[in-house]
Design a binder for this molecule. Structure first.
Ligand code: GDP
Ligand code: MG
Ligand code: ZN
Length: 291
């Protein structure tokens, strides 16, 4: 019995990395009904049936599961934005942060393409998110600035790179691990977005240990898997103040004596962040009506 980790799935084959080798595996018959739930990132026990071929005997318990993309045992999400080209849109950043917070995984924020922006813009951007409590790295994949630091944070972990397309996720990964040769796309000037060049979730091994997952920039319009009362927990600065509201069920919307609204008025919570909260709250309510 050997153990390994699912790095890629293709049709009903699972590519298992075990040490430095890759074994192509099937699932034992009795697992057939679990087939569609076995994910990239899952740890398995397998036996060899031929050269580089095997059968999965057992699936080990998961430590975590990320839904977008579907990957098991992820340790952290690296949210990537560009300082410019495409310009950072705070409301979109907040939406990505909510999705990342929902996963309850560690979040690292990267502000990439700092070589194209002036230092003050970058510092202000970083500070805005640091004040909320996020770990922010200012980097430039093109010049290599900040890449060593980022690489050290990925060591021995499973990290998923997410963020709008064209922000440099694939370029960053190529800089972190020369040899990955991920396809990178030019930013389309027409729509200001990059091309969708990365398609399937796959664990890419890092030389020093650990894996990364590149994702295509995705756009999402709906927050379907979240309830109203939980949303505030995806805004750390709102969650912190919420216990001081008069009503324990306060959604920080129209309720009186709301500590969150008071903190916004006093400038302790950024108005744009509160606005994002209200917009997403309204969307969740709108979605609920449809049921
Ligand atoms: N100037 C500059 N361009 C970058 C940087 N990182 C990526 N790019 C460019 O941005 C475009 C989109 O990069 P890509 O890695 O495909 O973005 P992805 O869609 O997030 O994977 C490509 O043309 C890259 O060469 C950077 O740090 N500085
Ligand atoms: Mg890409
Ligand atoms: Zn409140």
């Amino acid at each position: 019995m050997l153990n390994g980790i699912v790095v890629k799935t293709y049709n009903s084959y699972y590519y298992i990395q075990s040490g430095s080798k890759i074994v192509t595996c099937n699932l034992r018959g009795r697992f057939k009904k679990e087939r569609f739930s076995l994910l990239v990132g899952d740890e398995v026990i397998y036996t060899m049936t031929g050269p580089n071929k095997g059968v999965i005997e057992k699936i080990l318990p998961r430590r975590s599961m990320l839904k977008r993309p579907m990957v098991a045992n992820v340790d952290q999400v690296v949210l990537t934005f560009a300082a410019v080209n495409p310009d950072i849109k705070p409301a979109l950043v907040d939406r990505f942060l909510v999705i990342a917070e929902l996963s309850e995984l560690e979040i690292i924020m990267c502000i990439n393409k700092t070589d194209l922006a002036d230092a003050e813009t970058v510092t202000n951007l970083a500070q805005h998110y640091e004040l909320i409590g996020y770990r922010v790295l200012s980097i430039a994949a093109k010049t290599g600035m900040g890449i060593d630091n980022l690489r050290s944070l990925l060591h021995d972990k499973i990290s998923v790179f997410a963020g709008p397309s064209g922000t440099g996720k694939s370029t960053i990964l190529n800089a972190i691990q020369p040899g990955l040769e991920l396809t990178t796309g030019e930013v389309s000037h027409k729509i200001g977005r990059g091309k969708h060049t990365t398609r399937f979730a796959e664990l890419l091994p890092l030389a020093g240990g650990g894996f990364v997952v590149d994702t295509p920039g995705f756009s999402f319009t709906e927050f379907t898997d979240i309830n109203e009362a939980h949303l505030m927990h995806c805004f750390p600065e709102i969650a912190k103040v919420a216990p001081e509201c008069k009503f324990s069920t306060c959604l920080h919307y129209k309720e009186p004596q709301c500590a969150v609204k008071q903190a916004v008025a006093a400038g302790r919570i950024h108005a744009a962040r509160y606005q994002s909260y209200l917009e997403i709250l309204a969307e969740i309510r709108e979605n609920k009506k449809g049921y």
